[in-house]
Write a protein that binds this ligand. Sequence first.
Ligand code: FAD
Length: 462
Amino acid sequence: MTQSPADTTTFDIVILGAGSGGYAAALRAAQLGKSVALIEKDKIGGTCLHVGCVPTKALLHVAEVADEINHSSTVGIQSTLDSIDLKEVLAFKDGIISRLYGGLQGLIKAAGITVVEGEGKLVGPKTVEVNGQTYTGENLILATGSDARTLGLDIGGRVVTSTEALTLAELPSSVVIIGGSVIGVEFASVWNSFGVDVTIVEGLPSLIPLEDPALVKQLERAFRKRKINFKTGVKFSGVEQTDSGATVTLENGEKLEADLVLVAVGRGPRSAGFGFEEAGITVDRGWVPTDERLRTNVPGVYAVGDLVPGLQLAHRGFAHGIFVAEEIAGLNPQPIVDSGIPRVTYCNPEIASVGITEPQAREKYGDENVETYEYNLGGNGKSQILGTAGIVKLVREKNGPIVGVHMIGTRFGEQVGEASLIVNWEAYPEDVAQLIHAHPTQNEALGEAALALAGKPLHSHA
Ligand code: FAD
């Protein structure tokens, strides 16, 4: 760090935003010997750590405990769920966040990264002003992330986004969730396990519309069984709230009454008012487009994470951050391709997938050049012990590699690692069939699906 005559502090890299993308870039750049300023207006760790991945997964864990208690008689244990102490639940969630937050702050400090607290605004192509002080980087990384979209609805009172939903003082008796994608189904799953009456409204024809149709079918069946209500293919036209409740009106005229409305209609880029366009950076409806090396149109300015159009996932942000740090250091890293990024939809049952869906494969290779296999978890010992239904579906290019792995079942997110290796290493079913999968694990289902697709099924039919 040096103080220049123009009273700006200069660094090799200035990073705007310390979420998954920004802090990963900072840590990797510091490892590579770069001086780094990391500017954050809220808390290091960003959405994922404080109001995203981590708190929601903590709540899902509590939900799983509640489910286990409610269903314990099926394994011979008599128990009843007396009550849910939401205050204690939130303390459990907050304890996890604060431990991880402390650890992250320690890593940033130990790496010698200069943390600048406050909202940054670009006052030049690579100069950011924070509280009257300017910071200039030889390179600038934009990592300002995303915010919940609200489609013009006023958030407050009984109408909340995921952020407010994480700190409710009391459990609602009923909730309408507008949006049936990842965040919507996640909260639906938690609240249903907590005994809340849940109805999801999704404008597209199905829940989790971006996943393979076979998984959609399984999830919808599981949700019906759990008595999670959902209305698909219908849009809402308005939301009204009073002191005692809220009403969601649908475009077909139907009215849904609830205690609380969760607006979960996706996330949009957080870039307005930060001076990006004034500094000459191309902005497209708030997003910052980049080339495959995550360069913006301005030399030396990069963008990472949710701000860049594509999958909005924390591990994509980490990968982007590491990529840009290595790119700046001249290591010539491999570009990050969205289709190779593993995706998990955290609810019960859990969805885990990598690569392209069957319809996408048919579109890409032609109907006659696609082969698929669906292994039913009915044949998997561990799945039966856990009491989960589900499938592992493989999609392969005919006589070629596996291009998509699509799985659903309790705890299946934990299986996504092998799926990711299979798709990204372009493995053939025959390659995977040779690998030995431990028995009895749910991981075996992946091996069984590959065995079947390679023409030698063991616990299934070809
Ligand atoms: P962010 O994490 O949003 O970080 C951006 C940071 O920049 C913020 O800290 C912000 O305060 C700061 N900032 C913005 N503008 C400025 C400025 N002008 N000056 C200074 N600081 C600024 N992803 C997963 O992979 N797995 C999950 O399970 C998962 N669950 C989720 C659950 C929910 C409810 C939500 C909302 C998201 C979830 N996500 C999940 C998505 C994940 O949180 C995001 O993909 C990830 O946080 C994106 O990282 P980012 O660094 O791009 O942005």
